[in-house]
Design a protein around this ligand. Structure first.
Ligand SMILES: [Fe+2]
Ligand SMILES: [Fe+2]
Length: 136
């Protein structure tokens, strides 16, 4: 298992923590499929890549509701970073449909590693206190 969830990533809102954990499961699924890449598992890779990108969109919307509801400091900055991901993900999504798909899948994996995992691990630390206070 390449991507492992750790308790230190908890932000204190169950809905968000459950979604973050699920991200790690999807990353791992994509990673396993890429390790065993062949023409036969291409459909599964398209499915896993789509699932990752769709889940990210769904997760960002959930989180934005809390960021606004909890009036977290610098919420706008966090939402802007989601906007950057949304734009980037649209390009990645369009690329999976093109020939040389393996490159498209790898680009999604790379994006997931560099941005989404970092986002969960680093950026969310800043919001954990705000979310916890808002929840209680
Ligand atoms: Fe976020
Ligand atoms: Fe998040």
């Amino acid at each position: 298992m390449k991507y492992v969830w750790k308790d230190e990533y908890i932000v204190g809102i169950e809905e968000i923590d459950t979604q973050h954990k699920h991200f790690f499961e999807i990353f791992d699924e994509l990673d396993e499929l890429l390790k065993n890449y062949s023409d036969e598992n291409e459909e599964s890779l398209i499915f896993a890549s789509d699932k990752l990108l769709n889940y990210a969109l769904y997760h960002f919307s959930t989180e934005e509701v809390y960021l606004e509801k909890c009036a977290c400091p610098a919420a706008q900055e966090h939402i802007s970073s989601h906007d950057t991901y949304r734009e980037k993900m649209q390009i990645l999504r369009d690329n999976i449909r093109k020939p040389n798909k393996i490159e498209g899948f790898k680009a999604i994996q790379d994006f997931a590693e560099k941005y989404l995992i970092k986002h969960i691990v680093n950026v969310h630390e800043k919001y954990a206190d705000c979310f916890k206070k808002c929840q209680s």
